[in-house]
Write a protein that binds this ligand. Structure first.
Ligand code: S6P
Ligand code: ZN
Length: 190
């Protein structure tokens, strides 16, 4: 039976260590300057920017049509490090189509998946190797690398979901932060 839109089945290789998808259709690099607003310690942000604007994370994508029915597969490689006492993290977003969820499978490292809703609910879910985390529809999501090696995870989500970063920025960031305190990762209020 032919596919609904002529898109052919495929297979890609995922390197669990480097996080690369081979071949990938797009690789996106996010540096601190792309999300400097997200960190609380402004002096630490300035120092890190002056020190060379570190790469925070990379995203490898296997692109498919951005249409309902398709699923987009991608990996994220979130580097270890801190800005002040706050761990390296992703910008975080709602899906533009709020009714779409997402699945994360951790391939390497350890971290936390911070989630929240526009109604004020919050959650922090552990991310560890071979563990799956679920982002329900309507929940904004941000990953935080609490370990000392790259946090690598595979994500699958509806290809027509879209990304709404502006809602997070407008809200002044996520309601919770993950900071390094007494040698461990602690979730605190913004
Ligand atoms: C996409 C999915 C992830 C993130 C990636 C980077 O829906 O949630 O692939 O895009 O982890 O995070 P962000 O917040 O910069 O898109
Ligand atoms: Zn997402």
């Amino acid at each position: 039976m032919p596919g609904v839109d002529g898109h052919r089945p495929w297979m890609r290789a995922v390197d669990f260590h480097s996080g690369s998808i081979r071949p990938h259709d797009r690789r996106t690099v996010r540096r601190l300057s792309d999300m400097a607003w997200a960190y609380r310690d402004r002096d630490a942000v300035r120092r890190a920017l002056d020190g060379g604007d570190p790469v925070m994370y990379e995203i490898y994508e296997a692109l498919v049509p951005e249409q309902e029915g398709h699923l987009l597969t991608c990996t994220t490689v979130l580097h270890p490090g801190r800005i002040g006492d706050e761990y390296f993290m992703t910008k975080g977003h709602y899906h533009a189509l709020r009714e779409t969820g997402e699945v994360y499978l951790t391939l390497r490292g350890e971290g936390l998946l911070l989630m929240e809703t526009e109604q004020g609910e919050t959650a922090a879910v552990k991310m560890g190797v071979r563990e799956v985390a679920y982002v329900p529809p309507g929940w904004a999501h941000r990953t935080v690398n609490t370990g000392d090696e790259p946090l690598v995870f595979l994500a699958v989500y509806p290809a027509h979901a879209g990304h709404d970063y502006a809602a997070i920025e407008r809200a002044g960031g996520f309601r919770k932060r993950v900071v390094h305190r007494d040698g461990k990762a602690v979730v605190v209020d913004r």
